[in-house]
Write a protein that binds this ligand. Structure first.
Ligand code: TYM
Length: 332
């Protein structure tokens, strides 16, 4: 019988305040996993520099991301929180995996295609990004990688790379499984619901941030794009109302079918929107309260990531030593 707890590893880029997609698609699910799994939540700051960053802002955003993780319920007494660049091993393993990765696979990644279409200057780090992500996951032999839907393709690539390494050398890496919830995994923009909610949306009403107060949430939900019908339903031809229903179901933890049934008799959108906003306000209130109390306590936040680094560095060292031996590098 296996007595090792399954390993969960995942992270969010430190690029500002988390939005409702990051919360419902990711952090809110992660905090439910703390007792059942050995959880590693890290801050992928090495990923963040695949697009230009102001160094001082990146530093602040990294520590602030720790505060947001904790505020979202990732209790550092019950999980490990660390910063990617503190650990020696991520980029080392990424290099080795890159030597097993056909370029064509990287060019096929949706996120690379999207980001490279939007930016004029494309650097190789952006293309190489999913390999670093593979290293993040394989370094700790993660069993499960909980993310939103947009990361599915990357996690599939990680599985392929782990299998490739295992067959090229010998059994080394656990093959990780993506863990993507049915509702909440793809929260869409409130203003153009055919696009996913994102931090980079120029329309501030399109995105709810986890620090938005109740008035702001009410206002944004009331102004969310819907359609000229009136029934509350999930239907690909009606992305606005589908998104709101999805948000409600994810926030309350009910299935989509149950949500549809609950609102079956509603004849207009206004009362439904009001309920969506109320649920979000209730869900985010404790997050905001916790965030306010810890966000400026740099000493505490530093101590959390210091402890995290001390916990994971030995694991990373062990994997790197094993991998170096397998690929034929001399022991030091
Ligand atoms: P990032 O920082 O873009 O997003 C963090 C998490 O939020 C989820 N997410 C969403 N979920 C639902 N609806 C949305 N609109 C939405 N937007 C974002 C993402 O799916 C993700 O779970 N490459 C990763 C970071 C990373 C990583 C890793 C994750 C680097 N290495 C290893 C897992 C394992 C990223 O850029 O996520």
């Amino acid at each position: 019988m296996e007595d090792r707890k399954k390993v969960v590893l995942t992270g969010m880029q430190p690029t500002g305040l988390l939005h409702l997609g990051n919360f419902l698609g990711a952090a809110n699910n992660w905090q439910k996993m703390l007792d059942r799994y050995a959880c590693y939540f890290f801050i992928p700051n090495q990923h963040a520099i695949t697009v230009p960053q102001v160094p001082a802002n990146l530093r602040d955003a990294t520590l602030n991301c720790v505060a947001q993780y904790i505020a979202c319920g990732l209790d550092p007494e019950r999980c490990t929180i660390f910063v990617q660049s503190h650990i020696i091993g991520h980029t080392e393993l990424a290099w080795i995996l890159s030597c097993l990765t056909p370029l064509g696979l990287l060019y096929r990644m949706h996120q690379f295609k999207d980001k490279s279409a939007k930016n004029e200057n494309i650097y190789s780090g952006l293309l190489y990004y999913p390999i670093l992500m593979a290293a993040d996951i394989l370094l700790y032999n993660a069993d499960l990688v909980p993310t939103g839907e947009d990361q599915r393709q990357h996690v599939e690539l990680v599985r392929d790379l782990a299998e490739k390494f295992n067959t090229t050398y010998s059994e080394t890496f656990t093959i990780p499984a993506p863990l993507i919830e049915k509702t909440g995994a793809r929260i869409m923009s409130l203003k153009s619901p055919e696009h996913k909610m994102s931090k980079s949306d120029p329309d501030s009403n399109a995105t709810i941030y986890i620090t938005d107060d109740s008035k702001m949430i009410q206002k944004k939900i009331a102004a969310a794009v819907t359609d000229s019908e009136s029934s509350i339903s999930a239907d690909p031809t009606r992305p606005g109302i589908t998104n709101l229903l999805n948000i409600y179901c994810s926030a309350t933890g009910i299935a989509l079918a149950e949500g549809k049934e609950k609102f079956r008799t509603y004849a207009t959108y206004a009362p439904f929107k009001k309920e969506v906003a109320e649920v979000l306000i209730g869900l985010l209130e404790p997050v905001q309260e916790k965030y306010r109390t810890i966000k400026d306590d740099k000493k505490y936040l530093q101590s959390v990531i210091q402890r995290g680094a001390e916990t994971v560095q030995p694991i990373a060292n062990k994997t790197i030593a094993k991998v170096y031996r397998k690929v034929g590098f001399l022991d030091r």
